[in-house]
Design a protein around this ligand. Structure first.
Ligand code: NAP
Length: 260
């Protein structure tokens, strides 16, 4: 059993749906006070309402993580409503597909602004409150795409997700004296609204490439994040946990033949 996180103030960006919502639900289920942040405020409020209906503590804020002022407002909301910030989960991200010949500068900038700059801006806005606590936890939702693998159509996305790991390694060094750890979860293919939108052919192809022969659930990722934010993980910083059902392991398609 890990030390309880009951009463801790947690911000999860991009938590109106998908992996972020899963993280928010799991943390709220363990007694944390959770701030749901997403651009669409009514969807964020609906998620916070669902959590409250099941006995948890949650409120919502409309935030675009690519904007400085929104991140500042998000940190302020957690301080005012939940008494400070103990844990920041930088999860907001987008993954529109475009192959290199079609990839525009605007496509590139949008993905970098939300996935990579957004991570920095959320961390930056929350740092004073995390520092004030005397210890803190930051967990970034990166991906296997970029840090470990490549995937046609996602060069901009892969660069943003690999960039998050470069950021976290230096942030982990700078924040170690403040007892703030910075780690990342690297999901494989997790069944979310965003992934579902890529279509049944994509999800079927991905499932066949996973030794566990299923897509991940949002809870699979949330429990890895929960561990990284525990008191027991205080000595783990600048590290990553891959949550992918073994997807990155096969050295060729033949390694998956005759498994099932
Ligand atoms: P999703 O189902 O599309 O949900 C994305 C969430 O992020 C929504 O709450 C969305 O709400 C929010 N969001 C998007 N842009 C935002 C912005 N600029 N500011 C604030 N919130 C924003 O996505 P998901 O599949 O759960 O993915 C979540 C994270 O996991 C992403 O970082 C993604 O790269 C990563 N990931 C996912 C998978 C997977 O298989 N699903 C695999 C590897 C990594 P609004 O649109 O209202 O803002």
């Amino acid at each position: 059993m890990l030390t309880s996180i009951e009463g801790r103030s947690v911000i999860v960006t991009g938590s109106s749906k998908g992996i972020g919502k899963g993280i928010a639900r799991v943390f709220a289920g363990k007694g944390a006070r959770v701030l749901i942040a997403a651009r669409n405020l009514s969807e964020a409020e609906a998620t916070a309402g669902e959590i409250r209906m099941s006995g948890g503590i949650a409120s919502a804020v409309g935030v675009d993580v690519s904007k400085v002022e929104d991140n500042v407002r998000m940190a302020q909301a957690a301080i005012e409503r939940h008494g400070g910030i103990d844990i920041l989960c930088c999860n907001a991200g987008i993954y529109p597909s475009a192959k290199l010949f079609d990839l525009s500068e605007a496509d590139w900038d949008q993905v970098m602004d939300i996935n990579l700059k957004g991570t920095f801006l959320s961390v930056h806005a929350c740092l004073p409150a995390l520092k004030a606590r005397g210890k803190g936890r930051i967990v970034i939702t990166s991906s296997i795409t970029g840090p470990i693998t490549g995937n046609a159509g996602w060069s901009h996305y892969a660069a943003s997700k690999a960039g998050q790991l470069g950021f976290l390694r230096t942030a982990a060094i700078e924040l170690a004296p403040l007892r703030i750890t910075v780690n990342a979860v690297l999901p494989g293919n997790i069944f979310t609204e965003g992934l579902e939108a890529l279509g049944p052919e994509y999800t079927a192809r991905m499932t066949s490439a996973i030794p566990a022969r299923r897509l991940g659930s949002v809870e699979d990722v949330a429990y890895a994040a929960l561990f990284l934010t525990s008191d027991e993980a205080a000595y783990i910083t600048g590290q990553t946990i891959i949550v992918d059902g073994g997807q990155v392991l096969p050295e060729s398609q033949t390694a998956l033949e005759d498994l099932y």
